[in-house]
Design a protein around this ligand. Structure first.
Ligand code: MSP
Length: 467
């Protein structure tokens, strides 16, 4: 039985959701909605959630004088609310503080330990708390973490448990070369392979001085490194949720390019060491910037999902986010550009076409015989290749063609049978557009379907009022 298991990164609770988090989660929603139509609801599993352990969350909680768990409890609803506002429908929202997850993480790591892939060593070096990542000398730019130039990496020297990544990475490389799993877009695979070819060192997978984490099962004085705990969420959800075991291995881990190494090398090394099947595909998309700068709380340039939905409604926000740039590329976003695109594509393009066709059908009180619309195979093909902007371009091309046809034939001037015939065709084409829009703009697709059911079609409120 074909199935589709798709995941997003689990987001750190030290931050509240912004357009960047929404981008990944929305793309996962589009793909899961598309798959549900094809494979059936019960054969799709879409997982998202929050990453709640580690030093960064511990510090953020301290600043608010809350326990880390209470702090996480206060942020989690913000994420759930953001996804609800955007009509994003995951099947499950996992939290790494869920005791069922914690149990599986311990079992998983014990397995890796028993298989001889973990040993005790001394970690000496730098750590970036903002990344929750150990830094090598070669990672530094001006002695700082390249992603957090205003935060000083901290020097650490402590006894830790280490994973034999050097040894495991040989198998990882082999599996990539044999295409046992895919890293997309292809240029990301090249990046990973060339880094693997340079050689990698073993990594620390526990922390001695970070109490906010899952204890190492055989050494209660240490906690499991937050990234190991977090990656295992993809597996643990399938194990502790009823009837979800069949979904492992994951078909697709959607991530941003910032966490590619963790997802395409470290995660695989852990799975190989634990003797568990590997996920099939990792897709890393690009990053949104605002005025060419990173979106961040401290810069005060965060665009939030709530703000987008208030301004453009749910489907407007979904459209603008997903169509902003080819999936996989970086790009700058701004409300000004979103406004323009909203007016051009949604108010004038789609909204206007629907209004025009409905108005003509209503005026002559025509009886329209509709037929069951089929989805456009080419749109599906593009979605399967993660080319959302191309899929949408095909749909908007059709919108334009129908619009041009109305103008060329001056349909509003036609009479009788001829008008009836042409309008029937127009209505059916609009219905097909709605079917193709479904994974992207589910609410709008639904409205159009209902409005254009026939036989009597009526005008309704504009779908996308102009801004
Ligand atoms: N907790 C880790 C992930 C663990 S997964 C096992 C983490 N969390 S995060 O909150 O920092 O979220 C990172 C992800 O959010 C990125 O990989 C990306 O999917 C998304 N984005 C965050 N900022 C973004 C942009 N500015 N643009 C696009 N996506 C962005 O890393």
């Amino acid at each position: 039985m074909p199935k589709f298991y798709i995941t997003t990164p689990i987001y750190y609770v030290n931050d509240v959701p912004h357009a960047g988090h929404a981008y990944t989660t929305l793309a996962a929603d589009v793909l899961s909605r598309y798959s549900r139509e094809r494979l059936g609801e019960e054969n799709v599993f879409f997982l998202t959630g929050t990453d709640e352990h580690g030093q960064k969350v511990q510090q953020a909680a301290e600043e608010k004088s809350l326990s880390p768990k209470k702090f996480a409890d206060s942020v989690v609803p913000r994420f759930k609310e953001a996804w609800r506002l955007l009509n994003i429908r995951p099947d499950y929202f996992i939290r790494t503080t869920n005791p069922k997850h914690e149990t599986i993480v311990k079992k998983f790591l014990q397995k890796v330990y028993d298989a001889g892939y973990i040993y005790k060593g001394i970690y000496k070096g730098l750590y970036c708390v903002a990344c929750e990542k150990f830094l090598a000398e070669s990672d530094l730019v001006n002695n700082k973490c390249p992603l957090h130039p205003n935060k000083k990496p901290i020097y650490q020297e402590e006894e830790n448990w280490f994973l034999k990544l050097k040894e495991l990475s040989k198998t990882v490389l082999e599996k990539i070369e044999k295409s046992e799993y895919k890293i997309l877009p292809k240029k990301r695979e090249h990046e990973v392979v060339s880094r693997l070819n340079l050689g990698v060192e073993d990594i620390s997978i526990s922390r001695a001085g970070v109490p906010w984490g899952i204890p190492v099962p055989w050494d209660k004085k240490q906690t499991i490194y937050v990234w190991v705990d977090a990656l295992i969420n993809y597996f643990s959800a399938t194990q502790f949720l009823k009837g979800r075991k069949k979904f492992w291995p994951a078909d697709l881990h959607l991530i941003g390019k910032d966490i590619l190494w963790f997802h395409s090398v470290i995660w695989q090394a852990l799975l190989i060491a634990a003797g568990i099947e590997l996920p099939k595909t990792i897709f890393a998309h690009g990053f949104f910037t605002v005025n060419e700068q990173k979106m961040s709380k401290s810069l005060g340039n965060v665009i939030s999902p709530k703000q987008l939905v208030e301004r453009y409604c749910v489907d407007g926000a979904r459209y603008l986010l997903i169509s902003a740039y080819p999936f996989g590329s970086d790009g700058d976003i701004s409300l000004k550009r979103f406004d323009e695109k909203y007016n051009a594509d949604l108010a004038n393009g789609l909204g206007n076409l629907v209004a025009r066709v409905a108005a003509m059908a209503q005026k002559d009180e025509l009886t329209i015989k509709t037929k069951k619309p089929e989805s456009n195979l080419n749109v599906g093909l593009e979605i399967n290749l993660y080319r959302f902007t191309k899929a949408l371009a095909l749909i908007w091309n059709e919108i334009k063609k129908v619009d041009v046809l109305i103008n060329e034939k001056e349909v509003w001037n036609l009479k009788g049978n001829e008008k009836q015939k042409i309008l029937t065709d127009l209505v059916n084409r609009v219905r097909q557009i709605a079917v193709d829009l479904k994974p992207f703009l589910p609410e709008t697709a639904d409205k159009i379907e209902k409005q254009f059911k026939g036989p009597k079609i009526k005008s309704q409120k504009p779908l996308f009022p102009r801004i």
